[in-house]
Design a protein around this ligand. Sequence first.
Ligand SMILES: Nc1ccn([C@@H]2O[C@H](COP(=O)(O)OP(=O)(O)OP(=O)(O)O)[C@@H](O)[C@H]2O)c(=O)n1
Ligand SMILES: C[C@](O)(CO)[C@H](O)COP(=O)(O)O
Length: 237
Amino acid sequence: MSSSRLFVLIPCAGFGHRAGGVQPKQYQRLAGSSMVAHTVAAFRALAGRFAGLAVVVSPDDREVQTALPRFPADSEFLLRVGGVTRAATVRNGLAALRQKGAGAHDWVLVHDAARCLVTSSQIEALIAACEHDAVGGLLAQRLADTLKASSADSRVTQTLSRADKWLAQTPQMFRIGMLLDALERAGDAVTDEAGAIEAIGLSPLLVPGSAQNFKVTFPEDFALAEAVLLGRRKAIA
Ligand SMILES: Nc1ccn([C@@H]2O[C@H](COP(=O)(O)OP(=O)(O)OP(=O)(O)O)[C@@H](O)[C@H]2O)c(=O)n1
Ligand SMILES: C[C@](O)(CO)[C@H](O)COP(=O)(O)O
């Protein structure tokens, strides 16, 4: 690998309105730890690979210290610069990471706090696929189901080809300088890092992820995520 370093940035400043809980979903407990603690653990398992790991929370966050009791450790940063949108949180976090010494040419892996089932091997696969790429890329999943387009009243208007469709996941890995520049140009409309990179005319690489790397979004997702976490624990016991 070149002399570029790898950083991790975990946006953790959302609320989780679709999840419908009374606290931000990333702080809800699953299998004995907060959701974000599971997410951080997957990256800590590869700690030697990363020059720094940052978790970005809202400026008024009062729960992160309980959710992540031993954070930040060495080379870890708690950044209280979360924004109103995910794009703003990532943008502010990257700017703060630059101030802490990350270089424009260094790579960053941006990963949702709410994707707590990501595994170290999935992270390694993304790094291996992207570290020599000119653009960077993201984990993504091919569609398992038939894809329909609809009208406003939920009537099918068309069955779409799924041959060229993927569901975007995270981590998404790009050069810090290029990503920050792209996000600054894109504003708040983009829903992922790849979208900002696409908007400057580049084509991120799609790296096969896993259906288990889903984003906990709706109330029913919590039980499924917990079952997967407990199943993995049983498998290694
Ligand atoms: N202003 C925001 C919004 C989202 N996120 C983070 O981005 C990730 C993915 O976002 P999503 O699942 O959409 O989370 P929420 O915005 O919290 O969910 P909702 O849209 O249901 O409120 C989560 O880890 C979330 O904490 C963030 O850091 N800052
Ligand atoms: C970044 C992401 O997880 C990729 O699928 C997704 O775009 C976040 O989407 P949301 O609309 O903020 O839930």
